[in-house]
Design a binder for this molecule. Sequence first.
Ligand code: SF4
Ligand code: SF4
Length: 136
Amino acid sequence: MKINIKNEEIRSERVLRIEEIAGENIFKCYQCGKCSAGCPSADQMDLLPNQVVRNLQIGKVDAVLNSKSIWICASCFMCWTRCPRGVNLTALFEACRQVKLRENIDEVGLKQTIQEAEEMDIPQIAVISVLRKLTS
Ligand code: SF4
Ligand code: SF4
């Protein structure tokens, strides 16, 4: 089966923005999977770290920005230290979060989160941290 993919679909404005914010070239990745094998959060992710890069390489940016994975990433840098190509996945994940947040889409409701935090007696610093990460 012949698949037609246009260059502008692969190199969309959002993909270019993610690369620019991360300061990374997604085409350095050759899909060895070492990042995913070492990621401590991989079992919680719906797209593994190498799949995030692959989706960006083929222009499937919505699949990445709508994935749980970009919010589950703990920014621990393990993937970067393991990558034989030196791909800074931590920066790519952060860039994806930035692009999503700049589109003004909050991942959590402010009121509801604060209310739940109070009910569960969660420390304020943890609530602030979550709100910084998940709201625009
Ligand atoms: S370790 Fe690096 S080269 Fe290998 S799949 Fe992950 S990002 Fe790509
Ligand atoms: S930085 Fe994120 S993607 Fe990379 S190993 Fe840590 S949790 Fe996994």
